[in-house]
Ligand binder design. Structure first.
Ligand SMILES: [Zn+2]
Length: 124
């Protein structure tokens, strides 16, 4: 998901102060996504990413919708992390490290790395 596809998030009101229909359907998509991530929810409530709640508060979906209609999204919230969406950038670097010979544990553990350095390539 790139930023351009989510440009609707910050195009909320037209010149007459009405909600763009793309914003309304986008909010529906957001709610659908948030509700598909039960382990990021609190009961049937989801974190509200509106400019006021800033993902700190759990709200029922109708409240989240009205908040987003009224206040819009928190700034630069193109990746819905607090609702369970993966950050593509960090996921990619994690995947690369993991595929680089399965050395991820060593890279994250300086003590193991030190043993490897001392023992040399014959260490198994
Ligand atoms: Zn809110």
């Amino acid at each position: 998901m790139n930023n351009l596809e989510r440009s609707w998030m910050y195009e909320r009101l037209d010149g007459r102060g009405s909600l763009y229909s793309r914003f309304v359907t986008g909010v529906d998509e957001f709610i659908q996504f948030a509700c598909s991530q039960p382990n990021r929810m609190s009961g049937d409530k989801v974190r509200c990413p509106c400019a006021k709640c800033q993902n700190y508060k759990f709200m029922d979906v109708e409240t989240v919708k009205s908040h987003l209609y009224q206040s819009g999204f928190i700034e630069n919230y193109f990746i819905w992390k607090n609702q369970g969406e993966r950050d593509d950038i960090s996921e990619t670097s994690y995947g690369t490290a993991l595929h680089g010979g399965g050395q991820l544990i060593f890279e994250e553990n300086p003590y193991r790395q030190m043993i490897l350095d001392v023992a040399g390539p014959n260490f198994s």
